[in-house]
Structure formats: structure tokens, C-alpha cells
Design a binder for this molecule. Structure first.
Ligand code: FPP
Ligand code: MG
Length: 329
């Protein structure tokens, strides 16, 4: 499988410029805040969002090198730090002690401080954006933060009521994940002055990729060998009905569905039930069916790129689609 390093190669310089920009801009006052911020910055993940910003910017730039400018670094920082803050808050909500193989912020400093760190990151992010004077980018990116909150709340409500349907599931993953990937890809195009049509195409590309990304994330939660750095089976423990289980529920009659939902409730306190339900979902083809739907979104994303001439950036975006579909972390 193609590696992320190979996918990053055509925009290596742009990514370095973004990293340096982030280091320069994102500082904190006070020892504790600084220590917490360092932890958050050093446990960032694969950097898919900044990568999307840079590849999209390079592919849409009218002149070579235009994607190395400050607007691109700023856009990459804005999306990545929204993502970072949202995961800090997500781990508080899920009471999760681990993120990317490291202790979560709430595990190290307790939830009350983790909430403040997430807020601080969002506040600093917004301030840096506004001080830059690049209001089109700030409004394009930060204007969509509310969507993530809508997705998270809907997910929480559906888990509590056990009433997730395919429609609400797709709505949740669009809001909590796909929207920000759409924003990332379109922000790259916007940062280099692409036309409105191209910005829209890139948004659609990122959103389709984002739907696939979250479905794969939900599949990995069922895969014991996953090298995700997150405990497997968390979704079931949290009572979340994601696509693999939904595929099963959709095939069952009322009584069987009720029994499965009762079993899901027991997963909150019983790891044996988690294993049994995972096994059932795998045996009955839930993962296979979820994969098929995910591949549909990948194909949709790749189709959006047909408007562009061949280039190393376009190739990397296509490889990124394959990577998302095949990733195990
Ligand atoms: C991870 O999903 C969570 C998200 C993608 C969104 C989280 C959003 C919020 C907490 C709302 C607050 C928003 C902002 C902007 C601060 P997951 O739980 O499926 O993945 P995981 O298994 O990695 O935890
Ligand atoms: Mg979570």
C-alpha cells in the first residue's frame, strides 16, 4: 500500500512551511498551559487535513510555488487546530484515556482542564486567524465549527435513545467528520485564489473522502488488529450504532432488533458482550457491507478530480483516497 510519506512528497516544502508557521504562532502563556499545549501538539495524528489543504492548494495554484505562501499555512493551521481541539473535547465526552497510543489530555490533567485547553486552542486559533487579516479564510474555515458540534450532539442523542437510522448515521458522520475535510480541501483552493466552481469541486471532493474516512474509522473499531492507538470496541462500549452494526440491524425483524439493542446496552459494562457483538457483526457481513458503501464514497471523490489535468498533486490526492480506504490506523 502507498505510504502517507509518498503521498506527502509533492508538497513536502509546503508542509514544512505550515509546521514552522504553527510552531511560531501557537504559543501559550503560563507553564501549565504550555505543557498541555505541547502535549496536544506533539500527539497530533496523521495530519490528513493540512495535507489536503496543501495538495488542493498546489493543484489549484495558477503559478508554481504559489501554494507555499502564508495563506496556505494559515488555512492548514486553522483546520488542524479545530480538529485537535475537537478531539480533546471528544475524549472528555467519551471519557477516553487514550488517543493515538498516548494518554489523552483528560487522562493526564483531568476533564476540567482538558475542556479549558480545547477552548484555549479554539480561541488562539481564531485570534491568530483574525490578526492575519485573511477574513475570507477565517470565515470559510471557522464558520463551519458549529457543524461539528451539531454532529457530536446528534450522535450523543442517538446513542442515548438507540434510534440511529442510516439517515441519521450519514448525517452525523457528515457533520462531525466529512464537513471539516470538505472545508480543508476547499480552503486550499480558496487560499490560492481558485474560482468559486473549483472551490466547490474541492469541497465536494473532501466531503466524499471524509464520509469514507469516518466509515473506515468505524470499521476499524471492529478490527482487533487495528493499529489505531485507540482501544478497540469503544463505539459499542459507548452505545454508538455505527454503520457495521446498522447494516445488521437493518436486516433484522423487530424482536431480533430489540434483542441486539439490549445486548448493545450491556456492552457499556461487560467486555464479553462487546466481543460477542463484534463477532456477530463480522460473521454476518457488517464490515463487508460497510466497506462497499465506503468504496462508493471513494469512487465519488476520485470522480471529482476528473476536472483537473494530471499532476503529481492530483495523483497524490487519488493515492490519498486509496490510503483512506485501506488504512489500518
Ligand atoms: C471523533 O470521532 C470526533 C469528532 C470527529 C468530532 C468531535 C466534535 C466535538 C467534540 C464538538 C466540539 C467541536 C469543536 C470544534 C471543539 P469519534 O469519536 O468517532 O472518533 P474517535 O474514535 O477517534 O474518538
Ligand atoms: Mg470518540
Amino acid at each position: 500500500m502507498i505510504t502517507l510519506d509518498a503521498i506527502r512528497k509533492p508538497v513536502e516544502r509546503e508542509l514544512e512551511a505550515y509546521e514552522a508557521f504553527l510552531e511560531r504562532q501557537f504559543t501559550a502563556d503560563g507553564d501549565l498551559l504550555n505543557e498541555m499545549l505541547r502535549h496536544a501538539l506533539s500527539s497530533r495524528g496523521k495530519g490528513v487535513r493540512p495535507l489536503l489543504v496543501c495538495l488542493s492548494a498546489a493543484m489549484n495554484a495558477r503559478t508554481a510555488g504559489a501554494a507555499g505562501g502564508q495563506r496556505v499555512s494559515l488555512a492548514a493551521m486553522l483546520v488542524e487546530m479545530i480538529h485537535t481541539a475537537s478531539l480533546i473535547h471528544d475524549d472528555v465526552i467519551d471519557e477516553s484515556d487514550e488517543r493515538r497510543g498516548k494518554p489523552s489530555v483528560n487522562a493526564l490533567w483531568q476533564s476540567r482542564k482538558a475542556v479549558i485547553l480545547g477552548d484555549y486552542i479554539l480561541a488562539r486559533n481564531m485570534a491568530i486567524g483574525l490578526e492575519s487579516g485573511q477574513f475570507d479564510l477565517v470565515s470559510h474555515i471557522c464558520g463551519r465549527m458549529a457543524t461539528l458540534c451539531e454532529g457530536e450532539l446528534l450522535q450523543d442523542d442517538c446513542a442515548a435513545k438507540q434510534n440511529t437510522t442510516r439517515r441519521s448515521y450519514l448525517d452525523i458522520i457528515y457533520k462531525k467528520t466529512a464537513s471539516l475535510l470538505g472545508v480543508s480541501a476547499s480552503a486550499g483552493a480558496l487560499a490560492v485564489g481558485a474560482t468559486r466552481d473549483k472551490v466547490t469541486t474541492m469541497r465536494r471532493f473532501g466531503e466524499s473522502l471524509g464520509m469514507a474516512f469516518q466509515i473506515q474509522d468505524d470499521i476499524l473499531d471492529y478490527t482487533p488488529s487495528a493499529a489505531t492507538g485507540k482501544p478497540v470496541g469503544n463505539d459499542l462500549r459507548e452505545g454508538k450504532i455505527t454503520l457495521p452494526l446498522l447494516m445488521l440491524l437493518e436486516k433484522k425483524d423487530e424482536a431480533e432488533r430489540k434483542a441486539l439493542l439490549e445486548q448493545l446496552k450491556r456492552c457499556a459494562t461487560d467486555d464479553k458482550e462487546v466481543e460477542a457483538l463484534q463477532q456477530l457483526v463480522i460473521e454476518e457481513g457488517g464490515l463487508r457491507e460497510a466497506q462497499a458503501l465506503m468504496q462508493g464514497y471513494i469512487a465519488q471523490a476520485v470522480r471529482m478530480l476528473s476536472e483537473y489535468d494530471d499532476s503529481p498533486y492530483r495523483s497524490s490526492l487519488i493515492h490519498l483516497c486509496t490510503f483512506v480506504a485501506e488504512r489500518n490506523n
